[in-house]
Design a protein around this ligand. Sequence first.
Ligand code: SF4
Ligand code: SF4
Length: 431
Amino acid sequence: MNTENFEIKAYPEMWESLNMDVERFDKMRLMLGEIYGKTYLTQKNRPNSMAYFDNMIAEIHGGRIQELLNAKKEGKPVVGTFCVYIPEEIVLAAGGVCVGLCGGSQGSVPDAEKILPRNICPMVKSAFGFKAGRICPYFQAVDFVYGETTCDAKKKTWEILNQMVPTYVMEIPQTKKPSAVDMWLSEVKDFKTKVESIAGSEVTLDKLEEAVKVMNNKRKALQRLNNLRHADPTPISGKDVLLIEQIAFYDEPVRFVAKVNSLCDELEQRIADGVTVQDSSAARIMVAGVPMALPNWKLHNLVEGAGGVIVNEESCIGTRYYKDLMKENTGDMESILKELTRRYMQIDCSCFTPNDERIDQVLKEYKESGAHGLIHYSLQFCHTYNVEEVKIRKACEKQGIPYMFIESDYSPEDVGQIQTRVEAFLEQISE
Ligand code: SF4
Ligand code: SF4
């Protein structure tokens, strides 16, 4: 595929049936296709296996939506998600589908700002705006949305979102004390009951164990990909890995695993043959911080456009999603739910206090990735990541790690300024 023949396919009849603002959405489709072409298809020497992921983008508003609608027709629950704390295994065990809802576009922010305050995180505004403006087929297709109480902007937004689409809120504690573990377990059990009520059937131990295997396989495939990109020189661009990490949130998991593993086979061959996407002097950058939801490719595009390469994302759309596996054979329902809770509690989101595990994890990933410098990326008004940045910066200073902090939103206004800073940072690293 190249920029000339790429397009995101249009499905106006389907969108009409989903009560979307079709005219406006179609314009957004064309814009997204153009941005994708310029950002992705102009890259040189991409692995051939990226064709599948290009096609996932081409079909993002049609083919995958049709699969969700088919699942719904069969009575399977389709759950929209925003956060990596959703116990996906439970939805899968009920035969259902989890889809990550987009929250990475400036296009939907004005819709949100008609209702919500302007001075909250752009990810929350972007996601909410997609529903308020009826410009996301995923939002229109879901049975319910899973929200969580990880941050204030989100938990208060769910109350308003619930007036537009059923929004189920799971309480996520903000510490990891024993009492918090008990509370989390009881929230997991409540979520299971909710999913069973939509599915009309019980989530049995066998089904849950099967779902755990599917999710472990998905996480292992993503871990394998991340390990391979750490090769020096790297066989794949950071932009391409970010894209796969984003698609992980809406593709069918078994098919996705097969495609990621085929890509990994190709990358192993590229490493053996010395095929690379960068010249050997390129600065290797690790990014840490808030998730970059589709279609937020801003920072990766700037770093790689300036001659650097991104070799790791310590983020929810990144390692925080796949670093932890679960025990597969636990023996009974109570034990498997406890193990599920244990696994999800290892995610080191900045909403927790204290959260020193994350500082250690960032340093560990930095070392493993062979990076030459670290960029902490945060979104405006994300208080927890912005404050935690102080500790990350100090830890990097202590270790002598070249470091830069970027706080941004989705508007193009700060692109010039960030570009100048990124270029200076890459130069500093190369000296
Ligand atoms: S940063 Fe925290 S709140 Fe946001 S998606 Fe990740 S775990 Fe959820
Ligand atoms: S980036 Fe921060 S403020 Fe935004 S949704 Fe995530 S935790 Fe909340």
